[in-house]
Design a protein around this ligand. Sequence first.
Ligand code: SF4
Ligand code: SF4
Length: 380
Amino acid sequence: MKSKVAVIPCDSYDQGKVSEAIEKGIALLGGWECFARKEEKLLLKPNLLNRAEANKAVTTHPSVFEAAARGLRKSGYEQISYGDSPGHPGSVEKTAEVCGVKTIADSLDIPLADFSHGKTVEYTRNRITRRYELCQGVLDSDAIINLCKMKTHQLERITGAVKNLFGCVYGLNKGAAHAKYPDAESFAQMLVDLNLLLKARLHIMDAVVAMEGNGPASGNPVKMGLILISSDPVALDATFCRLVDLDPKLVPTVYYGEVFGLGHWKEEEIEILGIDSLDDYKKLDFDVSRERSSHGKWAVFGKLKALTRKPVIVNSRCIRCGACVAACPVEEKAVFFPEKGKGSTEGKPVPVYDYRKCIRCYCCQEMCPEKAIVVKRKLL
Ligand code: SF4
Ligand code: SF4
């Protein structure tokens, strides 16, 4: 059976328009009740990557959160909570507040789930990863509704439905996962396994304004004017790829999503609902990596450190906050503040890299609040 993806035009974050688009997409897919029973405890999982205001396109826009929450409430769902485990250290609540989601949640009486505690979960049926430290709020829920954001990602090319569930992993364990699965291939396999464990019921992608370029936190907002909805996260991400002229097979989470049986990415296995043709909504100049690469044993060439792209600090933008150093999952830190005098400017020095230790996870680039880290080819 084909996977269905609803692609609904929505040209602004006007609350009425977003609600109308989401309701239309849900209706095309059969209604909310096709995905969850009224008595179940639902967890809304927006992308709350860091403390960024809604117009920065880093996080799921609050109007998308509000539309989904109101739609569920209107359909009789009482037990709804929300949460995410942001990359940014500190309170989830504060992050949700800055992103604009907390105000909406409070007004709808939707509590923040417990993302401040974690618990180890074993899942022996997975192919690669059989143990996860999950947030308690995830374990307390019966069903996840994934509210993801359309963005670029330096490790996996894109972050959409599959990658957004990484925020269900508790706190610092996300950094440890980067250290354990240091390349795009193995990290994608871990993410697909996580999706197979969590079995989110529905994925709603905020693509009204997406992020291109140096994503997922330092790129540029770009208008796509769409909301995408599907119960198949692989089909949803593959549709994202086609809309931005990226071969879905190049995206490891999409490729392994099919290999591991999570969903479908091939065009003939996906039914697009809501529009006549994706061609009318494509953004061919969307800034995303379209470099060719391989999977499986041939991917070994892409893992050679000398050939992979490196994070580089633009000194003039750096405010010496140390977020990159804190985010680095390598035990002895591959990015660090040098001793005064070595590569330092006046006052506190700009961090420097030891590329021999760097595993190219790009967590530093993801967490830099000043867009001071770019990822590019650079000889060692
Ligand atoms: S996170 Fe960015 S701004 Fe902060 S020290 Fe690192 S490079 Fe500089
Ligand atoms: S320096 Fe940056 S890219 Fe390299 S391992 Fe640390 S966080 Fe990852």
